[in-house]
Design a protein around this ligand. Structure first.
Ligand SMILES: [Zn+2]
Length: 155
């Protein structure tokens, strides 16, 4: 998404949890604890993926997008479909998105990533930066001054 910024990727933490599970240091009950709210959000607002659940390997994971931010008022903390996010990103200045993956088969759930969306990301757009640099680089006065110095040296 165009205004996406400050992305935090939690895949390392997820791999660590799966390692702990494989090693028997945590049980599946500890990691497969999706609440009824989360599962409902996955059913009604979730984004299906092609990714198999790492625990039961019988269901594909569903991703739920939770939104947070002062501008959202009573909608803060609600789940939104992926299709709704770009619309919100163009109307609001800034809000936080938390992406959680859920397995509706075994209740595995984990935070996948978080990021900011909103129109504030369009200000300070890095495009156009290089152009400004190019203008600065073609500083003709500097070249002229150098030429003058050379001429002065010849005298
Ligand atoms: Zn599962």
């Amino acid at each position: 998404m165009r205004t996406q910024r400050q992305v935090v990727d939690y895949s390392l933490r997820k791999r660590a949890v799966l390692r702990e599970l494989l090693a028997g240091r945590v049980g599946t009950y500890d990691v497969c604890d999706a609440s009824p709210y989360l599962k409902n959000a996955a059913r009604f607002h979730g984004e299906p993926t092609d990714e198999r659940c790492p625990i039961c390997r019988s269901e594909n994971l569903t991703r739920v997008h939770y939104i947070y931010g002062d501008e959202l008022k009573q909608s803060a903390g609600q789940a939104r479909t992926l299709a709704e996010l770009p619309v919100l990103a163009m109307t609001l200045r800034e809000f936080q998105v938390f992406v959680v993956e859920v397995c509706l088969g075994c209740d595995w759930n984990h935070l996948v990533e978080q990021y900011l969306l909103g129109r504030d990301g369009l200000a300070g757009d890095p495009e156009g930066g290089p152009e400004q640099d190019a203008v600065g680089g073609a500083a003709a006065p500097g070249t002229r001054a150098a030429g003058r110095r050379r001429r002065e040296a010849q005298r």
